[in-house]
Design a protein around this ligand. Structure first.
Ligand SMILES: [Ca+2]
Ligand SMILES: [Ca+2]
Ligand SMILES: [Ca+2]
Ligand SMILES: [Ca+2]
Length: 99
């Protein structure tokens, strides 16, 4: 005698995920965070040209996110930053020389 197959079996997969409607992340210049850790937040940061700018880095050597003098240290970092590993030749983010 043959066993009946259960035709109502629906498989064991998980239910489909509901659409994840998280809002898009805020631009770096309006997220309330000191993203580049220079002690200036959002619109206070000279690297921000506006609230929709997504990068707090600016054009000055001590605020451009680049190791301009090749010593392995990058930009001004606020003393409260951990690690406080900025270029020690930078006294402030609008300093335009890492040398
Ligand atoms: Ca920010
Ligand atoms: Ca900043
Ligand atoms: Ca730099
Ligand atoms: Ca440097």
């Amino acid at each position: 005698m043959l066993a009946c197959r259960n035709r109502d079996w629906r498989g064991g997969g998980p239910p489909p995920d509901a659409a994840y409607d998280a809002p898009p992340p805020l631009p770096a210049c309006s997220n309330g965070i000191d993203d580049d850790c220079d002690g200036k937040i959002d619109r206070e940061d000279p690297g921000c040209t506006g609230g929709d700018d997504d990068d707090e880095h600016g054009t000055r050597q001590c605020d451009d996110g680049v190791d301009n003098d090749g010593d392995g240290k990058i930009d001004y970092r606020a003393p409260s930053c951990r690690p406080p590993d900025g270029d020690d030749r930078c006294d402030k983010p609008d300093d335009d020389s890492e040398r």
